[in-house]
Design a binder for this molecule. Structure first.
Ligand SMILES: CC(=O)SCCNC(=O)CCNC(=O)[C@H](O)C(C)(C)COP(=O)(O)OP(=O)(O)OC[C@H]1O[C@@H](n2cnc3c(N)ncnc32)[C@H](O)[C@@H]1OP(=O)(O)O
Ligand SMILES: CC(=O)C(=O)O
Length: 546
């Protein structure tokens, strides 16, 4: 089976992305994870650039990589100086790595404009730097910056630069689409041309400015490239680099080319999320292969066919890359979406059942009012369970009053007073908060805590308000979406009203009800049952028995 080497530059080119700044510890964590995934090369940084990268290379020596070869990045020597005296070259040697990756100029325009040297001096910079690092026992990978632009402008010179690198001892010449504007057909043609003048393997390093980095990488491999450079999630300078989370599965699953060990592919989704977590960048749900929406099916027609055979609407099986299939419920659902969701919930339903028809109608009606169920699985399940299946509300609101006082030079005051029924008890309690919704949340929890102590582990993790009809200004209906977590799972709930407090209450009440439905409390309900049905619970709320 043909194979390519995976060269990761998340820690170098990925760190050139706006918004990313890895700490040394972050870099070590990511390097170890990439190593575990079976990547062949990990570019740790540019030791001649900053103290953090220097520190990384120092520290990583104490946690050696098992599989990957660690590379340090740098440029060809400065013009007019000897390679052995160049601080950046010296920093690579001092970093103690096995691999030096050196970028040099292929485009005559860059040689004149950016370096301000002659074409001959640039060739000497390439030759001497590669040869010197090689003489110091390092494997040298040569990154031919702007190779494709250079080859279009002055092919003879661009080819001479890469030949100079190969003849001086580079183990591979990596052709870079540095400005990211090359098209796949051009990449294929120029990779073939480069290969025809070189005796060493060729690699590809593509940027995504034309949104073609992955396509260009695949085109290069089809033209014979044996090394692909890229980053996890495509992070990188400007629009990013070739996304390895797409390149790897495309090569492995579509092109039959060996990349990382096959058994590691199922960890790709986890890797993507891990790196986005460390980079502190929200994962892109629409990212191919590894995004949460990559196998999320919404249209009824799609789900209907999917139930017959998943290949009807999936290009690969989600499990192959460690992702999972999801079916969404919305106004675009048909009965197939419901059948799928019922099965997920371990509930029985017939395709022709009146219950299913009613729920589908309810969903479509509620969505026309502004509800959105696709990310509110908690509210959806409660809707289903309330329709049938013996569901009992864990609490019923009797009245809710909010007090908000805003006075000059005084912090705003918010208090919620709540009266609700829990079993045959009536609880009447009040709580303050930072704002009205916080006061409401506090009052609800205070009222319920003695009955359901597990609500102590439920935390609101996100609260979003969306105005539904902007033209109505402050009188518009709003949709409130709440995300709640209990450390084990996370769930969404939704509320809609022209009154933001009512919409918040709906989403909040659903979030607690759903948490109670799913939480451990059901397993140890005995005690709470006692509290609900007679025993006066201790706590702050005043309790009345009807
Ligand atoms: C295509 C790529 O992504 S390459 C990687 C780009 N990444 C980075 O630039 C991040 C790290 N960079 C840095 O920390 C700094 O830019 C440093 C330490 C490398 C250099 O800093 P400074 O010495 O202050 O130079 P400055 O950043 O202003 O300019 C870059 C210099 O490198 C020179 N240079 C650019 N490419 C090369 C090359 N292939 N070989 C030799 N010199 C080069 C430029 O001509 C310029 O030199 P000049 O100041 O004599 O004109
Ligand atoms: C080397 C590199 O990062 C580039 O040419 O884009």
């Amino acid at each position: 089976m043909p194979s390519v080497k995976i060269y990761d530059t998340t820690l170098r080119d990925g760190a050139q992305a706006e918004g990313i700044s890895f700490s040394v510890e972050d870099k070590i964590k990511i390097a170890l994870r990439l190593d575990k995934m079976g990547f062949h090369y990990i570019e740790g940084g540019w030791p001649g650039s900053n103290p953090k990268d220097l520190e990384f290379f120092k520290k990583i020596r104490h946690c050696p990589l098992r599989h990957a070869r660690l590379a340090a990045f740098g440029s060809t020597r400065k013009a007019g100086a000897a390679a052995e005296n160049d601080a950046s070259v010296k920093a690579i040697i001092d970093s103690g790595v096995q691999v030096a990756t050196i970028f040099g100029k292929s485009w005559d325009f860059h040689v004149f404009k950016a370096l301000g040297v002659t074409l001959e001096e640039n060739l000497a910079m390439i030759r001497e730097t590669v040869a010197y690092l090689k003489s110091r026992g390092l494997e040298v990978i040569y990154d031919a910056e702007h190779f494709f632009d250079g080859c279009k402008a002055n092919p003879a010179y661009a080819l001479e630069t890469i030949r100079a690198a190969a003849e001086s001892g580079a183990s591979a010449v990596v052709l870079c689409d540095t400005n990211g504007g090359t098209l796949p057909a051009e990449v294929k043609e120029l990779v073939e041309k480069a290969r025809s003048v070189l005796g060493v393997p060729v690699g590809i390093h593509a940027h995504n400015d034309g949104e073609l980095a992955v396509a260009n990488t695949l085109a290069a491999v089809q033209a014979g490239a044996e090394q692909v450079q890229g980053t996890v999630n495509g992070y990188g300078e400007r629009c990013g680099n070739a996304n390895l989370c797409s390149v790897i599965p495309n090569l492995t699953l579509k092109c039959g080319i060996e990349t990382i060990p096959r058994e590691k592919l199922v960890h790709l989704t986890d890797l993507s999320h891990f790196v986005s977590e460390v980079a502190n960048i929200s994962p892109n749900p629409h990212q191919p292969f590894v995004g949460a929406s990559a196998f999320a099916h919404k249209g009824g027609v799609h789900v209907s066919a999917l139930l017959k055979d998943s290949r009807t609407y999936e290009h690969i099986s989600p499990g192959e890359v460690g992702n999972r299939r999801r079916v969404l419920v919305s106004e675009l659902s048909g009965m197939s979406n419901l059948l799928y969701k019922y099965k997920e919930l371990n509930l029985d339903i017939e395709r022709q059942s009146p219950e299913g028809k009613r729920i589908l109608e309810d969903i479509k009606k509620l969505e026309s009012q502004g509800f959105q169920f696709e990310d509110a699985e908690g509210s959806f399940e409660l809707l289903v369970r309330k329709t049938n299946h013996g569901y009992r509300d864990p609490f019923i609101l009797e009245a809710l009053r909010l007090l908000v006082e805003i006075k000059e030079n005084t912090p705003a005051y918010s208090e919620a007073i709540i009266k609700m029924r829990v079993g045959d008890r009536v609880v009447h309690t009040a709580a303050e908060g930072n704002g009205p919704v916080n006061a409401l949340d506090n009052a609800l929890r205070k009222a319920l805590y003695d009955f359901y102590p597990c609500i102590g582990s439920m935390h609101l993790t996100d609260y979003k308000v969306r105005v539904l009809e902007e033209k109505d200004g402050t009188g518009a209906a709003v949709r409130v979406h709440i995300q709640t977590g209990d450390g084990k799972r996370s769930w969404g709930t939704v509320g809609v009203s022209r009154n933001i407090i009512e919409a918040s209450w709906q989403a909040l009440a659903d979030s607690i009800s759903y948490g109670l439905l799913k939480g451990d409390h059901l397993a140890r309900n005995g005690e709470e049952e006692k509290a609900v049905n007679g025993k006066k619970p201790a706590g702050n709320g005043s309790l009345q028995t009807n």
